[in-house]
Design a protein around this ligand. Structure first.
Ligand code: 13P
Ligand code: SF4
Length: 304
């Protein structure tokens, strides 16, 4: 067993040797966030994948994020320390069923949440993340929009647009299991706390929140808020950054079950193995990459 500091030292020297950069989502394990060059939400990570000069991107998140990095920058080598880390919501929509829905709603434009596989992105007009979903939908010419796969994010968008939203029936198991009663219990325990919720939560949870934000949106809001206590209705990994950046403020997870197992699969040992062996390499077939890139590029042109 190597001690933690020697693993970190090896990761840092291999990073230089390979001209690699480590990107991590804010739901990643604390120790992985600490060694990352950039920690952010899905939108920030996509932008970072484009902006980075490094030849190698080590992606510490789930597979749709690494795929997006490759789609946007196919000239770079994109590696995942654990290729089994996948988003269950991304697996809830398949190409044949989406094509069927498109045929039933001729003239509707198709927006897909980035939490989808590359072949789904290739079928869509534009991607969105939780940080820009409303802006993306409102930027479209069509009054009718198919929105896949998250039904909760679709319902949130529907409340903030005049367009007709045709939702899919997918959901994030981590956010969807948060109930309105969980918020009530947390408020009883911490009556003065501001409530922040991620739009992957159910509508009844969002209705109880003071603010609805993507993960990076939450981090930005806390910095500017005069409040000192916050109830956090999203995956608990975000508490690491919130607590590190705001040592005098207090953060309470809305429940103890807000935990995404896939986001925790990557640890320091797998990051080291990944850089040592240069695996697992993430790629996407060329025809899908080209079509999926159009949908991601179009999203990146929409202001956050
Ligand atoms: P954001 O990164 O857009 O906040 O989404 C959270 C998420 O569930 C990613 O899997
Ligand atoms: Fe997917 Fe939810 Fe995990 Fe994000 S938190 S990777 S949406 S299951």
């Amino acid at each position: 067993m190597q001690d933690r500091q020697s693993i970190i030292n090896k990761i840092n020297s291999l990073k230089k040797e390979r001209n690699a950069v480590i990107l991590a989502h804010c739901y990643a394990r604390d120790e992985v966030q600490d060694i990352a060059d950039f920690v952010g939400d899905s939108l920030g990570l996509s932008q970072e994948a484009v902006d980075q000069d490094a030849e190698v991107i080590v992606f510490c998140g789930v597979s749709f994020m690494a795929e997006s990095a490759y789609i946007l920058s196919p000239e770079k080598t994109v590696l995942m320390p654990d290729a089994d880390a996948d988003c269950p919501m991304a697996a809830m929509v398949d190409v044949a069923s989406l094509r069927k829905l498109k045929a039933e709603h001729q003239g509707a434009m198709v927006v897909c949440y980035v939490n989808t596989r590359a072949d789904i992105k290739a079928e869509c007009d534009i991607c969105c993340t939780s940080a820009n979903a409303v802006e993306v939908v409102n930027s479209l010419d069509s009054g009718k929009v198919i929105f896949v796969p998250d039904k909760n994010l679709a319902a949130y968008v529907a409340k903030h647009t005049d367009k007709t939203i045709i939702p899919w029936n997918g959901y994030c198991p981590t956010h969807n299991q948060i109930l309105a009663e969980d918020v009530d219990l947390a408020v009883n325990e911490h009556p003065g706390a501001e409530i922040m919720a991620h739009p992957e939560c159910r509508s009844e949870v969002l209705e109880k929140a003071d603010h609805v934000f993507s993960t990076t949106g939450m981090i930005g809001h806390v910095k500017s808020s005069d409040n000192n206590e916050f109830i956090i209705s999203t995956e608990q990994g975000i508490l690491h950054q919130l607590e590190t950046e705001n040592p005098n403020k207090k953060f309470y997870p809305v429940s103890k079950f807000t935990f995404c197992p896939d986001m925790k699969m990557i640890d320091l040992s797998s990051v080291l193995r990944c850089l040592e062996n240069m695996e697992t390499v993430v790629t996407v077939p060329k025809d899908i990459q080209v079509r999926a890139k159009r949908a991601l590029d179009r999203m990146l042109e929409v202001k956050r």
